[in-house]
Design a binder for this molecule. Structure first.
Ligand code: ZN
Length: 352
C-alpha cells in the first residue's frame, strides 16, 4: 500500500480523477448532501448513495468509499458514544430504505469497510481515499479488498513507512482534500495539470509531479485607479464598497466539453433550481492588465473606463496565463450571457 501510494502512478491516477470529474455528467452532490440533520436519515441517504454507484469507474469507486465513510460516521453519531450495539440503528436504516433483513449483512459490511478506511486515512484525513488505487494495478497490486482485509498492525506499519516521505504524502493528501471539496462541497478548483501539457511523468522530478496537482490561484480583482468616490455602482445603485461580494458563489461548474475543451456550466444550488436570473451579474472577469494592442485574440478583451468622459479604451484584460474561472466561459452562437464593462463596488470591471 505504501509503495502504491508513493509511486508516480498515484499522480497519474489523480490527474485521471480530475479529468473524469470534469467529464462527469452526474453530480454526486445531491446524494451526498442530505437535507436533514437526523443522523439516521443521513446515514440512510449515504447507504443509498453507496448502493447507487455501481463502482464502474474510478470516480464511482471513490464515491462509494466516501459514501461508506459518511454512512458509518452518521451511525456513530447516532450512537453518540452509547455502548449499545448498532443493531437498532441498522434496523432503522433498513426500514427507511425498505430493504429486507437479508441486506443487513451488506450494510454491516459497509460499516466494517468504513472503519478500515478511517484507520488507513488516520491523520491524513479522508483526502487519502483519492490516493489509494482503485483497481489492482501491476507491481503493487493493491485492490479494494486488499485494503479491507488489512489488520491493525498492517495499518500501523503503513503509517510508519509513509512517514519517510511525509512531505510528499502531505502534499498529495492536500490535493485529495481539495478533490473531495469539489466532489462534495460544490467547490470548483482548477489544477495546474489542466492548463499545462502533461505527457510523460516518468522523467518528471518529484516537485514537478506535485506541482501538477497544485490549485490554480485566481487573481482576486484587477488593480488600477479606482473610480471617483461618488460614482454610482451599477450593481447596488449606491456607493457601497463591497456589494460585489454578495454575488452568488459556486453557481457554476468547470466541465470538459469534449474536443471543445473546458467550459463553464451554470449550476443551481438545488435540483431543478435556478442558477441565475435575467439581468443578474454572474461574476467579474479577472486577468492580466496589458497595454492596448498587445494581443489580438479572443483571450484578450479591450477594456474601457465607463466612468471617464468619452469612455476611453485604456488597456486589455488578458486571460491566457492568469485569470479566474470566468475566462473559461465559451463562445456561443446563441449566447445567454455577455461581458459588460461597468462600475461595480467602486471599480470599473469586466462583468459577466
Ligand atoms: Zn455596489
Amino acid at each position: 500500500l505504501t509503495a502504491a501510494i508513493l509511486s508516480k502512478k498515484t499522480i497519474e491516477r489523480c490527474i485521471a480523477l480530475i479529468r473524469a470529474w470534469r467529464s462527469s455528467k452526474v453530480l454526486p452532490v445531491d446524494a451526498f448532501r442530505p437535507t436533514t440533520n437526523n443522523c439516521i436519515r443521513r446515514a440512510t441517504a449515504f447507504a443509498r448513495s453507496a448502493q447507487l454507484y455501481k463502482a464502474n469507474t474510478r470516480l464511482d469507486i471513490l464515491l462509494v468509499r466516501l459514501a461508506e465513510l459518511n454512512f458509518a460516521l452518521e451511525i456513530n453519531k447516532a450512537r453518540a458514544g452509547a455502548t449499545q450495539t448498532n443493531k437498532r440503528h441498522i434496523n432503522d436504516v433498513l426500514n427507511r430504505l425498505k430493504w429486507p433483513q437479508t441486506k443487513r449483512k451488506a450494510l454491516e459490511m459497509r460499516l466494517a469497510n468504513r472503519r478500515k478506511w478511517q484507520k488507513i486515512c488516520g491523520e491524513f484525513g479522508p483526502g487519502l481515499l483519492c490516493l489509494i488505487p482503485f483497481t489492482s494495478e501491476a507491481l503493487c497490486c493493491v485492490s479494494q479488498d486488499f485494503c479491507h482485509r488489512l489488520i491493525e498492525e498492517d495499518i500501523n506499519a503503513f503509517h510508519v513507512l509513509v512517514e519517510e516521505k511525509r512531505r510528499f504524502i502531505d502534499r498529495l493528501s492536500k490535493f485529495g482534500t481539495l478533490m473531495l471539496d469539489m466532489l462534495l462541497k460544490d467547490q470548483n478548483i482548477e489544477f495546474q495539470c489542466e492548463s499545462s501539457q502533461v505527457s510523460s511523468l516518468i522523467r518528471c522530478t518529484e516537485d514537478n509531479l506535485l506541482s501538477f496537482l497544485e490549485p490554480v490561484q485566481y487573481p482576486k480583482t484587477n488593480f488600477y485607479q479606482p473610480t471617483p468616490p461618488d460614482y454610482e455602482c451599477d450593481l447596488c445603485q449606491a456607493t457601497q464598497y463591497d456589494c460585489i461580494s454578495n454575488l452568488l458563489k459556486n453557481c457554476y461548474r468547470i466541465i470538459q466539453y469534449g474536443v471543445k475543451g473546458r467550459g463553464i456550466q451554470a449550476r443551481a444550488s438545488s435540483h431543478r433550481g435556478l442558477a441565475f436570473r435575467k439581468d443578474e451579474y454572474i461574476r467579474e472577469l479577472t486577468g492580466e492588465l496589458v497595454p492596448l494592442e498587445t494581443h489580438n485574440n479572443s483571450i484578450a478583451l479591450d477594456f474601457h473606463r465607463p466612468d471617464i468622459i468619452d469612455e476611453p479604451v485604456i488597456c486589455q484584460v488578458y486571460c491566457e496565463k492568469k485569470g479566474n474561472w470566468v475566462r473559461l466561459v465559451n463562445h456561443s452562437c446563441k449566447p445567454c450571457a455577455r461581458f459588460v464593462i461597468k462600475v461595480v463596488s467602486k471599480k470599473a470591471r469586466v462583468m459577466l
